[in-house]
Write a protein that binds this ligand. Structure first.
Ligand code: MG
Length: 249
């Protein structure tokens, strides 16, 4: 790995960072997940040195991502690309809110009392973390649901199935980002741990960038460059230190 914003001739780096399982440890309850204070200081130092050099890419809503990173408000691709706060990025405007399907989704999960629905502005995440034995029947049910609701698709995650607008994905949003002025000349480095990150990593590699995988429930040890979110946090801290030293030098 090269240094942050200092390598590859005059090409600056662009760090694309997933949240859960990548810089935040996975929690049984998604609401309990947080980014620790040291990591927030690291992220702040990185964007201080290069405000366009870092974008958070998450399936969480923008409000939820901001809660985890408070008081930072970083450039963010949230809700799998349905909500985007990045200078110059035009977020999708014609998405169907998930609310119209609320009754139907509640009826679907009523068959599985152990699963929990997390409502987001444009999607519904159906968590099976507390009842992993229901993974297959819940997958079947949400897949059948998406078949009859073609404006939506199923995004699989770690013990979660998310019903998201058909046209949005981390991969699509990252592809659009990497064509924006201010971003397209950068060397992208995507760090992620989950299914939705894989397609985004393919996009980044198509733009001559780098994909770094975090070992966990999706990527195994042999495929991963980091053995957990703790290792990503340590790596980011070393980048921030190097970046600060470079700035001072
Ligand atoms: Mg993740």
């Amino acid at each position: 790995m090269g240094g942050f914003a200092t390598t590859d001739g005059d090409r600056s780096d662009l760090l694309l960072l997933d949240l859960d399982g990548t810089i935040a440890d996975i929690c049984a309850e998604p609401d309990d997940a947080m980014v620790d204070a040291d990591c927030k200081c690291t992220l702040q130092a990185l964007v201080r040195g290069d405000p366009l050099g870092l974008v958070v890419v998450t399936g969480r809503s923008l409000a939820d991502a901001d809660r985890m990173l408070h008081p930072l408000e970083l450039p963010t691709i949230a809700s799998h690309g349905a909500e985007v706060r990045v200078p110059g990025y035009i977020a999708p405007v014609d998405l169907m809110p998930i609310g119209g399907l609320r009754g139907a989704i509640e009826a679907l999960v009523a068959k599985f009392p152990e699963v929990r629905v997390e409502w987001k502005p444009f999607s519904a995440a159906i968590h099976v973390r507390s009842a992993p034995e229901l993974l297959l029947p819940v997958r079947e049910a949400v897949t059948a649901f998406a078949r009859v609701n073609p404006a939506f698709r199923v995004q699989s995650g770690r013990l979660v199935f998310e019903i998201v607008p058909a046209g949005v994905s981390k991969a699509g949003a990252v592809g659009a980002l990497l064509q924006l002025p201010g971003y397209r000349s950068r060397r992208a480095v995507y760090v992620g741990d989950d299914h939705a990150d894989e397609a985004a990593m393919d996009v980044v590699q198509g733009f001559d960038g780098t994909a770094l995988r975090v070992e966990g429930e999706h990527f195994g040890q042999a495929d991963s460059q980091f053995d957990g979110a703790h290792a990503v946090r340590a790596w980011l801290a070393s980048l921030a230190e190097r970046s600060a030293a470079f700035g001072e030098g």
